[in-house]
Ligand binder design. Structure first.
Ligand SMILES: Cc1cc2nc3c(=O)[nH]c(=O)nc-3n(C[C@H](O)[C@H](O)[C@H](O)COP(=O)(O)O)c2cc1C
Length: 177
């Protein structure tokens, strides 16, 4: 089964990109094939489709997302919500082609609390007809909780990450296995 990871930060040395890679390695250890839709490389234009004029990178991005069994989506919380880059990338997807895929959702915060962005991301995922895994992650104060290689820095977070990946795996096997 194939998992595609996507993170909404285009920043160099992004912690959400690093954490995404850490989580994808965890899914590989569980036997899944993984790949990343890297929004910094894809550099998708703002959603403004023109009939018969789809760019190659855009077509490749959509194909990659449509062929996945599961999506691992990491949002850096921007002003209490989803980053523009991530929302734009998700807006290109068609719900009819997302049916039956499992989505595992994460929100990364610079601050202490909030997590409204996770609610917003959940709504978007459901509107896309994705099956949202019940285990989600909100990472507060990401600079003190996530290391440069994306690794969780506290025992409590490490345990939460294991549960998050276990539940994602469970959902994938139930729906797609
Ligand atoms: C435009 C912008 C808005 C942000 N708004 C919030 C916010 O509302 N709440 C919060 O906790 N952190 C906020 N942050 C901090 C980011 O959530 C944090 O830096 C991010 O999750 C880490 O992203 P990275 O992958 O770029 O390292 C904001 C950062 C930016 C750049």
């Amino acid at each position: 089964m194939k998992i595609i990871g996507i993170s909404g930060s285009l920043r160099s040395n992004s912690l959400s990109q690093a954490f995404l890679e850490f989580l994808l390695r965890g899914m590989e250890e569980r036997g899944f094939l993984t790949s990343k839709a890297d929004l910094k490389i894809l550099n998708l234009p703002f959603y403004n489709p023109k009939e018969g004029e789809e760019e190659l990178t855009l077509a490749a991005y959509k194909k990659m997302m449509e062929e996945a069994d599961g999506l691992l989506i990491i949002n850096p919380e921007y002003h209490g919500s989803i980053s523009g880059a991530l929302k734009n990338a998700l807006d290109y997807l068609e719900s009819s082609k997302m049916v039956g895929k499992v989505a595992a959702l994460v929100s990364m915060l610079g601050g202490e609390a909030g997590g409204f962005s996770l609610e917003h991301l959940t709504t978007v995922a459901r509107k896309l007809h994705l099956w949202v895994s019940p285990a989600t992650l909100i990472i507060p104060k990401c600079e003190t909780n996530i290391g440069k290689m994306g690794e969780p820095l506290t025992k409590e977070l490490k345990d939460r990450v294991e549960i998050f990946l276990d539940k994602f795996e469970f959902g994938l096997k139930k729906l797609k296995g």
